[in-house]
Design a protein around this ligand. Structure first.
Ligand SMILES: Nc1ncnc2c1ncn2[C@@H]1O[C@H](COP(=O)(O)OP(=O)(O)OP(=O)(O)O)[C@@H](O)[C@H]1O
Ligand SMILES: CC(C)(CO)[C@@H](O)C(=O)[O-]
Ligand code: BAL
Length: 283
């Protein structure tokens, strides 16, 4: 049966035992309210490691003052089931004061990669993510850690942080898992009212339109973005936060498609902010 552990010391003690037995450790950091996206990460980890740890921690320092920290969905009982059924061995579920027992003076900030996309819209967000992921990596010390490509900028930032800071951890990026109608699975989809849920398909539909333009060798980024904006604006419940095309590796804006790119967007559907993206290899 899956173990729920709330204390850092207790987790470290158990992990030491696994390591003594030379068991490999896979780690899936999450904020809980697990869905098939998370399940795919857990499944992959348990197929590649002897032990899989899933953390469930709604990290306050990555939320802005007007964001949804308080109403972020939580359901530990259901999460236990999903994690267990997909092969997890331990859920690490610390309280906020276990992770942050005193005022934090030390932060991890991955520069440059946070200038565009969500980094430009959610000030301090990625500093909060990089800081908590560093703490979690130091607590769990896994061999491999699994992140979804839905949060493409987060994945790029974590990969760079691991390289820059010499973490001995392999970062594995996992494909986006979607609903039948294309909507990327997300814990925040649970906020959507039925009409909003239908409207939310506009993200993937617009990404598909952009993909078609790229396949047809359109290289003018302004033209592509304008068309995408027009397409999203046809949906009355949608309000664009950003639609951007950036260099896949530097995450800097590009004007012309002449390199591998990441096409990414954040769109409010009602009050719910959803993100989606795809990457496109130039050849
Ligand atoms: N649809 C998905 N496919 C693949 N991975 C996913 C998907 N959704 C989330 N993940 C990954 O799961 C991990 C934990 O994400 P998180 O707990 O924030 O879930 P989420 O559904 O993205 O929540 P939110 O609604 O906050 O965006 C991240 O690495 C994230 O990229
Ligand atoms: C990586 C993470 C668990 C850090 O809080 C979070 O940003 C998430 O769920 O993607
Ligand atoms: N998956 C990203 C976490 C966040 O939106 O804060």
């Amino acid at each position: 049966m899956i173990k729920i552990i709330e204390k850092i010391d207790e987790l470290r003690k158990i992990l030491k035992e696994y390591r003594r037995n030379n068991q490999t450790i896979g780690f899936v950091p999450t904020m809980g309210y697990l869905h098939e996206g998370h399940a795919s990460l857990i499944k992959r980890s348990s197929s590649e490691n002897e032990i899989t740890i899933v953390s469930i921690f709604v990290n306050p320092i990555q939320f802005g003052p007007n964001e949804d920290l308080d109403k972020y969905p939580r359901d530990l009982e259901r999460d236990k089931k999903v994690a267990f059924e997909n092969g997890a061995d331990i859920i690490f579920h610390p309280k906020v004061n276990e992770m942050y027992p005193e005022k934090l003076y030390t932060f991890v900030n991955v520069e440059n990669l946070d200038k565009e996309l969500c980094g430009a819209k959610r000030e301090g967000h990625f500093k909060g993510v990089a800081t908590v992921v560093t703490k979690l990596f130091n607590i769990v010390n896994p061999d491999k850690a699994y992140f979804g490509k839905k949060d493409a900028q987060q994945l790029a930032i974590i990969k760079k942080m691991v390289k820059d800071m010499n973490f001995d951890i392999e970062i594995i990026g996992c494909d986006i898992i979607r609903e039948k109608d294309g909507l990327a699975k997300s814990s925040r989809n649970s906020y959507l009212k039925p009409k909003e849920r239908k409207a939310a398909t506009i993200l993937k539909k617009t990404l598909d339109k952009i993909k078609e333009m790229l396949d047809n060798k359109e290289t003018d980024v302004k033209k592509i973005i304008n068309l995408a904006i027009k397409n999203i604006e046809k949906e009355p419940l949608a309000k664009i936060d950003y639609v951007e095309i950036v260099d896949l590796y530097t995450l800097e804006k590009v004007n012309k498609i002449e390199t591998d790119v990441l096409v990414a967007m954040a769109v409010y559907i009602g009050k719910t902010r959803l993100i989606d993206n795809f990457d496109y290899k130039f050849n």
